[in-house]
Design a protein around this ligand. Structure first.
Ligand code: ZN
Length: 300
């Protein structure tokens, strides 16, 4: 027969073992895959802003999800509505496959009508929590397009709120605020973009172009129409891919982005031809330089 003291000691040992197991489950292993979620306003924005970096993460086994906050059902010169939204969703799925990322989700909010409402903020909070994100990327709230602008507002409004249990109580909160990053733009007011991190994407620029090539309704139809160059787009798929490569690769790198490349890559930076850059948002977790080297494992 077991006396009370032995029983108590046995129970204490079981509890101690459970505590060790729970601690091990809660603490992410140092080499656990990073979890990155990128938000864009339209199906193709994540791709343009962060596609190269996403491909580099994915190639190293990290988990990347793209989210388009609108369904892209308005931005086209001759199509629109549900048929265009379906086409854009299929193009996004194919682009995600070509980038090698884990998921590409298109939310069913109307294109051209996005507003920073509580309902859409909650959609964003749930996506970040469900992805258990270490890194969240979105445009800045300074942009020519209201959908881009409000995507920036919506995502930065979730920094901190993703940790508050009584907000969206149907989805467990994060215990740690992710690092929130803004993707690069060229707008100057009220303040210009600051490239805190710059990533050389030369090894994956061809993959990025091939993924953009999946967005046929955007890169070969809508965007050239807006820019008045639709008649320069070749009809033949191979010829138009070459046209896209010419348009989208080897663009001049801004001097401040080049300086950021030098900071992270050293002298190798001067040979870089294609880059993506990111600014740390003040409202998320503030990463140290060592944190950024862990989150962007590309510099060595
Ligand atoms: Zn857009």
């Amino acid at each position: 027969m077991i006396d009370t003291r032995s029983r108590t000691r046995a129970a204490a040992l079981v509890l101690a073992a459970l505590a060790v197991l729970l601690a091990a489950a809660a603490a992410p292993a140092a080499d656990a895959p990073l979890r990155v979620i990128v938000f864009g306003a339209h199906p193709d924005d994540c791709d343009i802003d962060a596609g190269g970096t996403a491909a580099l993460w994915a190639a190293k086994g990290h988990q990347v999800k793209f989210v388009s906050v609108t369904n892209g059902d308005a931005g086209h010169q001759s199509e629109g509505g549900g048929a265009l939204a379906r086409r854009r969703r299929a193009e996004a799925q194919e682009a995600g496959r070509r980038f090698g990322i884990a998921e590409y989700e298109v939310l069913d909010n109307h294109d051209g009508e996005l507003e920073p409402t509580l309902a859409v903020r909650q959609q964003v909070i749930r996506r970040i929590r469900q992805w258990n994100a270490d890194v969240v990327i979105a445009p800045r709230p300074n942009d020519y397009h209201p959908d881009h602008r409000y995507t920036g507002v919506l995502v930065q409004d979730t920094a901190y709120m993703v940790m508050v249990p009584n907000v969206c109580p149907d989805t467990p909160p994060l215990r740690k605020n992710p690092v929130f990053l803004y993707s690069q733009d060229s707008f100057q007011r009220p303040n210009p973009f600051r490239p805190d991190v710059a990533v050389a994407i030369d090894p994956v620029i061809d993959q990025k172009i091939r993924a953009l090539d999946a967005h046929v309704s955007q890169v070969y139809e809508w965007l050239p129409w807006v820019e008045g160059v639709l008649d320069t787009v070749p009809k033949d798929p191979a010829a138009r891919l070459a046209w896209l490569r010419q348009q989208r690769s080897g663009r001049p790198i801004a001097e401040d982005v080049r300086a950021a490349l030098r900071k992270w890559y050293g002298p190798r930076a001067d040979a870089v031809k294609n880059a993506e850059a990111f600014e740390v948002c003040e409202y998320g977790r503030q990463p140290s330089e060592a944190d950024l080297r862990r989150l962007f494992p590309f510099f060595d």
